[in-house]
Design a protein around this ligand. Sequence first.
Ligand code: SAM
Length: 281
Amino acid sequence: MSRPHGVGATAVFVAAARALESERADRLFDDVWAGEFVRRSGWQPPSEQLDGDDREVLTTWVAARTRFLDEYVTVAVRSGCRQVVLLGAGLDTRAFRLSWPQPVTVYELDTPDMVEFKSGVLGDAAPGAVARVVVPVDLRENWPAALQDAGFRSDLPTAWILEGLLMYLPDDAVDALMTRVGELSAPGSALGATITDIDVAAALDDSPLFRDSPISREDWLAMLRWNGPADPVAWFDSYGWHATAVPVDDLAERYGRTVPDSARLGRLRPGHRWLVSAERK
Ligand SMILES: C[S@@+](CC[C@H](N)C(=O)[O-])C[C@H]1O[C@@H](n2cnc3c(N)ncnc32)[C@H](O)[C@@H]1O
């Protein structure tokens, strides 16, 4: 089993944040797999080197977005979506974690390496009340054919999740992906996404997080390709979606999480990251 590397290793960082969140008494979700993914990746996050405020900054983003998209996808399924597609699924465990209100098929798309690593850790664990279909693809290529071969139907409403993905794709691949998602979306489809202004990544400076990490800060910055739009609502509208965008700080506050102003990584915070929920027009 190969360990996550390159852009796949970013999913391990997300899992590390979910593992930290899952340890909290006031956790926004409980991801029992997250810690095991990190352990099996071979990386030991230097969480003890991060002070309390910095831990808060790093986990709040992942915790708030995870909880928001958990809620959004659950509502979408309750409202009639019978297919969920996780684009760049990484180490997302929604197929296992969520109490699905209806029978649903969850399609997980990621690179062949990531799919292999995740399967190796999950073993023969069975998801909850869902059918889980794993589709190894490169999302810069023509992935809809593989998705449809796996059983996806474009005549049924779908809930799409694009969490922590778009920033890693080149501009033309983002445009092609959004066009393809639109073409595959029947009336009643829904979409949840994170949008990030990648300039904020430079604010990570010399964070202890990158010490002995599977990705150096330089490599991470090189992997960041697409800068999110200043107006996410208008941008999604141009692809046929009626969207709402909430800045992550507002969302975190809604969940009772405020990040201390004194945090050394505080520059990551203000107004550069949004949670988007959208309905097909
Ligand atoms: C930051 S992780 C987020 C994973 C997951 N959505 C989550 O939030 O837990 C980004 C994921 O996108 C995947 N990814 C990036 N570029 C990709 C591509 N061209 N094709 C397929 N997957 C890709 C990576 O392998 C990784 O799993």
